[in-house]
Write a protein that binds this ligand. Structure first.
Ligand code: ACM
Ligand code: ZN
Length: 752
C-alpha cells in the first residue's frame, strides 16, 4: 500500500473522503478520454470543456479502445435519464420508489500515474467527478488559458451528496433575467454540484412563460407599467424554454417551473379578468407585496384555464415535479364570492383554508394524470395536502418538520438561512454555512423525507445586474451544506477555500459580492455625543464616508475613514466599502440623533420579534434611527401587541419634547399605532400623562415610510418617562389580508 497523506483540497463542496498520493499524473494534449456507453455524454462534456480551456481537441474513444496510459477513463453503470417512471412501471411500488430516489451523485475517482479513472453507478456521478477535476486544475483552465502538460497529484476520492435536491430559486418575474444569464447560472450551479433550478415564472408583477392557448398572458401579463410610466417586462418563448431545459439536462440539472396558484396571480388576472372572483379588470402589479385578487375557486373557468396552462407547462418540462406555489393567498375575495361560497357548501368544506386544499388537490390530481407530482410552499399544509405532494418550507423549518412527520418529502428553504434577497446583515455566508436542513426533532426515518434545500433569490429589489453579488459567494455555502455531513464542516477552512474560488467565479462570468457585511458599525455614548466606529471586516477593505445634517441628502464630501467619528447633532452617515474591484452594493446609511435618554436604563413591557430586535434590549435608546427600510436593523417590532416602554433617566431632568418614530407599510401589515401616550414621573410610581399623539397618515396610504409622533412643549421635570403605543389592531377589511394581526415598528424614544 502506498502511503497517502491528507491535505486540504480547494474543492467546493468538499468531497467525502480523499487521500493524496506522492506521485503524479501528467495531463497532456495527447491524453485520451475513454468512456463506456452510459458515460459517453460526460466524455463529450469533458472534451468540450478541455477544448475551451486550452484550445486543443482531445480524442474521445470507447472504453474498449482505452490506451494503457495517459487516459481519463469514465465509466457509469447506468444513465439516470433511462430511469423514468415509465421505464420502471413493471417494478413493485417500493422498488420503483427506491430506484427513482436513488442517490445518483456518488463517484469514485482515482488519479494514478497512468491516468484518471472515474467510476460511478450513474452518469451523474461521473459528471460530478469531472467537476472535481475542473476544481483541482488551476484557475487558468476556467480562464481559457490552460497550459499543458500539467501535473496532478495522485489521489483517491470517494464522494457523493448527502441530499438529492440541491437547488437555487430564480425569481425571473419581479426582475427579468436573460436566457444567456440563466444558462450561465446553470453552468455555475453544475460546477458546484447543485442539481435543481427552481424557475419562478408567474407572479403578480409579471407572467413570463409563453402559453399558446392564452396569448394575452404574455401580451398583457408580461408587462407592467412602473410608477414612472415606463414599461417593464419580458417573457420566455417556448423555444427559449426548451433550450434552457436541454442545457440544464446535459448538466444534470432539473428545471422545476413554478406556476403560482391560487395567489400571486395578478398578472394572469390582468390578462384574463374572468379568472378572479370579481371579474373586474386589474393591472399587472407595480408594487411589491401580497394582493387580494386571486384565482376564483368557485368558477370552473379557473380550472379549465389552469389545466390548459399546466398541460403546456408539462410538455415543456420533463421534471417529475411541478411547483404550484400556494403561498400568501389571502382568502378575502373567496369569503365574499358567491361562486366560492357555493363551492364551499357543495363540497362540504369547513372554511376557506379547506377551499384552498380543494383547489390544490384538484390541480394535483390533474397533474397526476400527466405523470407529475406537485411541490408547494408550506402554506398548502393548512387544510391538508395530497399524499405525494412535496413541501417547500420557507416560514421557518416547522412546516417542513410537520410535513416530514406526516410522511411527505420536504425541501428546506427557511427565511432564516436561505433567503438570498435578504442583505448580508441578516444572512451572511457563515449563517448559510451553519444551516442544518434536518430539524433535530425528526427520527432517522422521518429525516429521510428531507430531500434537500434551496436558496431563494427573490428579486423585488434585485435587478439582473446585482443578482450575482447576492447569490455569490453564499451559494457556495449552501452547496456544501447540501453535499456534506454537518460533522465534516468547518467554517474557517471553508472560508479559506472560498477565497480561492473568487478568481474561479470571475472566470465563470460571475461578479461575486462580499461574504459578510464589510464594515461593522458601532455607536457608543460619549458624554452628550455619539462615537461611531466603522471597523473594516477584511484587511484590505477601504472605507470612505460622508456626513450630512439630518433630513439632507448624503454629503458630497467623501472622507477616508481612519478612526472614530464623534457626532453631537442629528446626522446622516453614509459609508462605502471597496475591496479591489468589489463594491458593497447594500446601502450603508445610518441616521443618528444624540439625545438625553441615550443608553439610559430601559424596560420593555413586550417581547420584541426575534426578526426585528432593532439591535437589542437598548435599541429604543441607542441614538440610532431607522430608515425607509424596515429591515435595516434599526427598527424594533411586535406583531398584534402594544408597545409599552419605560425609561429611567437616572436623575430628575427638565423634559421639553418627546418623540417616537413609527413605520408604515400596509402591504407588509405594518401600521402606525392608533395613538402614543407619553407619561412622566419623578418617583416611578406616580405618573402624569404628558399628552397623547395620534398619527396623521391615513391607514390606506400606499408605500413604505415612517412618521414621527412628537409631543412638544412638555416642560416637566421628571426622572422617568413612559410610552404606551396602542396597536392599530388587525388589518382592516379593505386590506389584502383583513383580520391578520398588524405589526408595530418603532426605532427610538427620543428625549429632548
Ligand atoms: C415566499 O417567500 N413567499 C415563498
Ligand atoms: Zn370566487
Amino acid at each position: 500500500m502506498p502511503t497517502f497523506m491528507t491535505a486540504q483540497l480547494n474543492v467546493i463542496p468538499q468531497p467525502d473522503q480523499w487521500n493524496v498520493g506522492k506521485s503524479q499524473f501528467v495531463l497532456t494534449e495527447q491524453t485520451v478520454i475513454a468512456a463506456n456507453r452510459a458515460a459517453k455524454g460526460e466524455a463529450d462534456f469533458l472534451a468540450q470543456w478541455l477544448f475551451e480551456a486550452c484550445g486543443k481537441t482531445f480524442q474521445v474513444v470507447d472504453m474498449s479502445a482505452m490506451p494503457a496510459e495517459n487516459f481519463i477513463a469514465l465509466s457509469a453503470s447506468k444513465k439516470g435519464s433511462d430511469l423514468t417512471e415509465e421505464s420502471l412501471k413493471s417494478l413493485p411500488d417500493s422498488l420503483r420508489k427506491r430506484a427513482l430516489q436513488a442517490d445518483r451523485s456518488r463517484y469514485r475517482m482515482n488519479i494514478t500515474p497512468k491516468g484518471i479513472l472515474i467510476n460511478a453507478e450513474f452518469d451523474e456521478g461521473v459528471f460530478y467527478g469531472i467537476q472535481t477535476i475542473r476544481q483541482l486544475l488551476p484557475v487558468e483552465a476556467e480562464q481559457k488559458k490552460l497550459k499543458l502538460p500539467l501535473q496532478l497529484s495522485t489521489m483517491l476520492i470517494q464522494d457523493g451528496a448527502k441530499f438529492t435536491h440541491r437547488g437555487l430559486l430564480l425569481d425571473c418575474c419581479r426582475h427579468f433575467m436573460s436566457v444567456e444569464f440563466i444558462k450561465n447560472y446553470i453552468d455555475v450551479l453544475a460546477y458546484y454540484k447543485m442539481n435543481v433550478l427552481h424557475w419562478h415564472l408567474t407572479e403578480d408583477q409579471g407572467w413570463r412563460i409563453q402559453i399558446d392557448k392564452y396569448p394575452l398572458l404574455t401580451e398583457v401579463g408580461a408587462w407592467r407599467t412602473e410608477k414612472d410610466g415606463t414599461k417593464y417586462g419580458g417573457f420566455y418563448t417556448k423555444d427559449q424554454i426548451k433550450e434552457i431545459v436541454a442545457y440544464a439536462a446535459s448538466r444534470h440539472i432539473t428545471v422545476i417551473p413554478e406556476i403560482e396558484l391560487p395567489g400571486h396571480s395578478s398578472a394572469a388576472i390582468a390578462a384574463y379578468p374572468a379568472l378572479s372572483c370579481t371579474q373586474e379588470s386589474i393591472h399587472v402589479e407595480n408594487e411589491w407585496g401580497v394582493f387580494k385578487d386571486i384565482y376564483c375557486a368557485g368558477d370552473e373557468y379557473t380550472f379549465e384555464f389552469l389545466e390548459n396552462v399546466l398541460s403546456e407547462v408539462c410538455e415543456l418540462f420533463p421534471s417529475p415535479y411541478i411547483h404550484i406555489g400556494g403561498d400568501e393567498a389571502p382568502k378575502f375575495r373567496w369569503e365574499q364570492c358567491e361562486k366560492c361560497q357555493r363551492r364551499l357548501r357543495q363540497e362540504k368544506l369547513k372554511d376557506e383554508a379547506e377551499l384552498q386544499t380543494y383547489f390544490i388537490e384538484r390541480i394535483a390530481t390533474f397533474l397526476q394524470s400527466k405523470g407529475k407530482r406537485i411541490i408547494g410552499w408550506d402554506e398548502i399544509l393548512e387544510g391538508g395536502i395530497p399524499a405525494d405532494a412535496m413541501i417547500q418550507s420557507w416560514r421557518g423549518m416547522e412546516g417542513g418538520e410537520q410535513a416530514a412527520k406526516a410522511g411527505h418529502n420536504v425541501i428546506m428553504s427557511p427565511t432564516s438561512h436561505c433567503y438570498f434577497d435578504y442583505g448580508l446583515s441578516s444572512t451572511d455566508m457563515e449563517e448559510v454555512y451553519n444551516f442544518n436542513p434536518i430539524p433535530a426533532s425528526l427520527s432517522i426515518a422521518e429525516s429521510s423525507h428531507i430531500r434537500g434545500g434551496e436558496c431563494n433569490m427573490w428579486t423585488e429589489h434585485v435587478p439582473q445586474e446585482t443578482v450575482d453579488s447576492k447569490v455569490f459567494p453564499r451559494l457556495l455555502a449552501l452547496s456544501e451544506v447540501l453535499w456534506t455531513y454537518p460533522e465534516q464542516r468547518n467554517y474557517s477552512a471553508f472560508n479559506k477555500r472560498v477565497e480561492g474560488h473568487y478568481a474561479r467565479l470571475r472566470a465563470l462570468g460571475i461578479s461575486p459580492g462580499f461574504p459578510k457585511v464589510p464594515v461593522k458599525m458601532t455607536a457608543t455614548r460619549k458624554e452628550n455625543a455619539l462615537q461611531v466606529e466603522l471597523k473594516p471586516a477584511f484587511e484590505q477593505v477601504e472605507v470612505t464616508f460622508s456626513l450630512a445634517p439630518m433630513g439632507n441628502r448624503p454629503g458630497d464630501k467623501i472622507l477616508k475613514y481612519t478612526g472614530p467619528i464623534l457626532l453631537d447633532r442629528p446626522t446622516l452617515l453614509m459609508a462605502e466599502a471597496t475591496l479591489s474591484d468589489m463594491r458593497y452594493t447594500e446601502p450603508m446609511m445610518w441616521w443618528f440623533e444624540p439625545h438625553m435618554a441615550m443608553d439610559d436604563s430601559l424596560q420593555l413591557f413586550y417581547e420584541p420579534s426575534p426578526w426585528y430586535t432593532g439591535g437589542g434590549a437598548k435599541a429604543l435608546v441607542d441614538g440610532r434611527l431607522g430608515s425607509n427600510n424596515f429591515r435595516d436593523g434599526a427598527w424594533q417590532a411586535v406583531q398584534g401587541k402594544d408597545m409599552d416602554a419605560l425609561i429611567d433617566l437616572g436623575t430628575s431632568t427638565e423634559i421639553h419634547e418627546l418623540e417616537t418614530r413609527w413605520f408604515m407599510y400596509g402591504n407588509a401589515w405594518i401600521f402606525l399605532p392608533k395613538s402614543v401616550e407619553y407619561f412622566v414621573s419623578e418617583n416611578g410610581k406616580d405618573w402624569k400623562s404628558a399628552g397623547r399623539v395620534e398619527g396623521k397618515t391615513d391607514e390606506k396610504a400606499p408605500g413604505e415610510f415612517f412618521e414621527p409622533f412628537v409631543l412638544k412643549r412638555i416642560n416637566e421635570k421628571a426622572r422617568y418617562v413612559k410610552m404606551i403605543a396602542t396597536n392599530h389592531g388587525v388589518c382592516p377589511e379593505w386590506h389584502d389580508a383583513p383580520g391578520e394581526p398588524s405589526w408595530l415598528f418603532c426605532d427610538e424614544i427620543i428625549v429632548r
